[in-house]
Design a protein around this ligand. Structure first.
Ligand code: NAD
Length: 295
């Protein structure tokens, strides 16, 4: 078993970005600036935005967090999105999901200028990605592709099973790995909550990408010997063994599955840190004026 060390790779990439930002500064260029819009006080959202802010500071980016209370009007948010679209200082911005129920997430996402949509959630970016055009690819699938590249994991001709069909993880990663590209050229099966015989399908896979959000769902009996397992899931569970009183679990029962795999990502320290780094990479591209960049 070889561990795919997302934390290590993410730190390497952050160093690479920091060097580039330093050069931009020396040449008097524009410092990349990422903004995040967050509504309410959801614990997980606060944590993610906090991580993103910290990562920006680490690599020398400017970072702005715009906060609204839970009862903010949809119009107020839409106006803010338009302001950010038109603010030349902001290179890219993200809208932290989930939003409160009275806000249409789709409306907000569609209001974002696709050229500043560094999270790659806008239908223009998703659509461009689907037909193989350069686009902002959402951070988690982009991070998974980067891990596959850096660990030289062969995907061509392999059977890939993706569990979960969300717009931000399952669907885009299934499309990317099926595309005529490297990484890519895999035979991809996209599974979801209505899939029958999931165990049988997963047990045939060379590469499994688990993105369903069910703690320790994937067990050793579901995995083929020598498979690669990429665990996207993050579930916070109470723990009396940690200082915070919480611990993070992935979708994979790591200890028993790891023994059967060739490569596996841990949780935490696998896909999570790569997601943040991909966002930084997208912001850097946006600040360099790369309208619809390549992955
Ligand atoms: P989601 O929560 O929007 O959807 C879950 C998907 O899993 C659905 O498509 C559903 O059909 C499928 N599913 C649910 N139960 C299933 C079952 N028993 N069998 C097969 N499929 C099933 O998905 P999401 O937003 O992509 O999040 C998934 C997980 O990934 C969550 O734990 C989330 O916290 C985590 N996540 C992690 C990162 C990261 O950076 N590591 C980023 C995004 C999401």
């Amino acid at each position: 078993m070889k561990l795919i060390d997302g934390k290590k790779i993410a730190n390497q990439i952050k160093e690479e970005i920091a060097v580039e930002v330093e050069q931009i500064k020396e040449q008097g260029g524009k410092i990349p600036h990422l903004a995040a819009l967050i509504v309410g006080h959801d614990g997980a959202s606060e944590t993610y935005v906090g991580h993103k802010e910290k990562a920006c500071i680490q690599v020398g980016f400017n970072s702005t967090v715009i906060r609204y209370e839970d009862d903010v009007a949809e119009d107020t948010l839409l106006r803010k999105v338009y302001d950010l679209n038109n603010d030349p200082e902001i290179d890219g911005f993200i809208v932290q999901l989930p939003m409160p129920k009275h806000i249409s997430e789709q409306k907000i996402i569609e209001a974002i200028d696709p050229k500043k949509d560094v999270d790659g959630f806008h239908p223009v970016n998703l659509g461009r990605m689907v037909i193989g055009l350069p686009s902002y690819v959402s951070a988690t699938p982009a991070g998974i592709i980067e891990l596959i590249k850096r660990y030289n994991i062969e995907t061509s001709g392999k059977d890939v099973v993706v569990i979960g069909r969300s717009n931000i993880v399952g669907k885009p990663i299934s499309i990317l790995l099926g595309q005529k590209a490297n990484p890519g050229n895999a035979t991809v099966t996209l599974t979801h909550s209505r899939t029958k015989n999931l165990k049988e399908i997963v047990s045939r896979a060379d590469i499994v990408i688990a993105a369903l959000g069910a703690a320790e769902f994937l067990t050793a009996d579901m995995i083929k010997d020598g498979a690669t397992v990429i665990d996207v899931g993050i579930t916070r569970v109470k723990s009396d063994k940690t200082k915070s009183g919480w611990k993070l679990l992935g979708d994979v029962k790591f200890d028993e599955v790891a023994e059967k795999t060739e490569y596996i990502t841990p949780v935490p320290g696998g896909v999570g840190p790569m997601t943040i780094v991909s966002l930084l990479q997208n912001t850097l591209k946006a600040s360099k004026g790369e309208i619809y960049p390549r992955l």
